[in-house]
Design a protein around this ligand. Structure first.
Ligand code: PMP
Length: 358
């Protein structure tokens, strides 16, 4: 038995694997595989429509917010966002809270001025800065709501909304994991491969009122407005990845949506962090407690010399993906929506056993 703590692509619900397996062989008794149906057919259109409707419903979006399923991963959004919103000579505000935020900053600089309003880089990104000033004429403020590599998460967005400029968030690693005031963000983007579904598609939620204001000419495939007009079907969409998203969103809705999943995510994270903190002679969390992520927990061992033994134990017990990102070292445990509580029980039992017996 494997317990999958991968950071993404990550574990999805068992029911999704089962239904998708059936659909690969025979989609809805059509005699066709989901992999061979045309995207502009009455077989795929309902899948796209349901995926969009479920995103809107689960996030409680208002009529101004459009949902797009696009290609290119969240990394494409690092430049597609400024390309669509930031004119040359104008300034966008960015928070520097990790590797992904830093990459977004680098790409934005290709299009306009970037004001890095805060950074925790000097402390190896171990906390979320809360005190920063955004110039009122900034075109937007960009944050990374959950820093996948470092294991920090914004738990309070007031400093973001208080800035009074359009708020933009990379929510790749915590979208749909907890209720948020999604409508107060003017643009949200996320790679699907953690909480939404399969790799190969990213979701963009955009307030259509902020679009169409830049002076530059946009390549058609990069223009959000064109994708809205074409219902995310300007060209061939990643059909199978969107199908997996739709199934995963159905699963989330059946569970009771983001409020219900948040309770489970808190229970998992509490169990993990409480165990970690109860074994201080062996393990040490790497980030400020108040900013700890419910999705990605990073830790090291007090005695670095014991890391190999713990890694070997993880391998033996079937704990997959617990190695920390190469830039941080140590260990990282990802606990996305579909990770069963039992996996955290198994891991924390093993941590206790390791601490007490080796
Ligand atoms: N942003 C965040 C917060 C991420 O965690 C990741 C990838 N794990 C990315 C962006 C990049 O996503 P992609 O690989 O889909 O481009």
């Amino acid at each position: 038995m494997k317990h999958n703590f991968n950071s993404g692509p990550a574990v999805l619900p068992r029911e999704v694997y089962e239904e998708a397996s059936r659909a690969i062989l025979d989609f809805n008794n059509t005699g066709l595989s989901i992999l061979e149906i045309g995207h502009r057919t009455n077989l795929f259109q309902p899948i796209m429509d349901e995926a969009v409707a479920l995103m809107k419903e689960l996030m409680g979006l208002d009529a101004d917010h459009e949902v797009l399923f696009l290609h290119g991963g969240a990394s494409t959004q690092f430049f597609q966002v400024p390309m669509n919103l930031l004119d040359e000579g104008r300034t966008a505000a960015y928070t520097d809270t990790g590797v992904w935020g830093a990459k977004a900053i680098k790409e934005a600089k290709l299009y306009g001025n970037v004001d890095v309003v805060c950074s925790s880089k000097e402390a190896t990104y171990t906390y979320i800065p809360k005190d920063f000033t955004v110039q009122p004429d900034s075109v937007y403020l960009h944050i990374t709501s959950n820093n996948t590599i470092y294991g920090t998460q914004w738990h309070n967005f007031e400093p973001v909304f208080r800035a009074g400029v359009p708020a933009i968030a990379d929510m790749s690693s915590d979208i749909l994991s907890r209720p948020m005031d999604f409508n107060r963000f003017d643009l949200i983007y996320a790679g699907a491969q953690k909480n939404i579904g399969a790799a190969g598609v990213n979701v963009v939620i955009v307030n259509k009122n902020i679009l169409g204001k830049v002076q530059r000419k946009l390549p058609t495939m990069m223009d959000y407005r064109v994708h809205i007009e074409n219902g995310s079907m300007l060209n061939t969409p990643p059909v199978f990845a969107i199908y997996i998203c739709m199934l995963t969103l159905r699963w989330l809705k059946a569970k009771g949506g983001v409020a219900a999943i948040e309770k489970e995510n808190i229970a998992k994270a509490d169990l993990f962090y409480n165990t970690l903190d109860s074994l201080p002679e062996v393990f040490k969390g790497t980030v400020a407690k108040e900013d700890r992520s419910l999705m990605n927990a990073c830790f090291v061992m007090q005695d670095k010399g014991r890391e190999e033994a713990f890694a070997a134990l993880c391998q033996q017990e079937g704990f997959v993906g617990v190695k920390g990102h190469r830039t941080v070292g140590g260990f990282r445990v990802s606990m996305y929506n579909a990770l069963p509580y039992e996996s955290v029980v198994a891991l924390t039992d093993a941590m206790k056993h390791f601490a007490n017996n080796t």
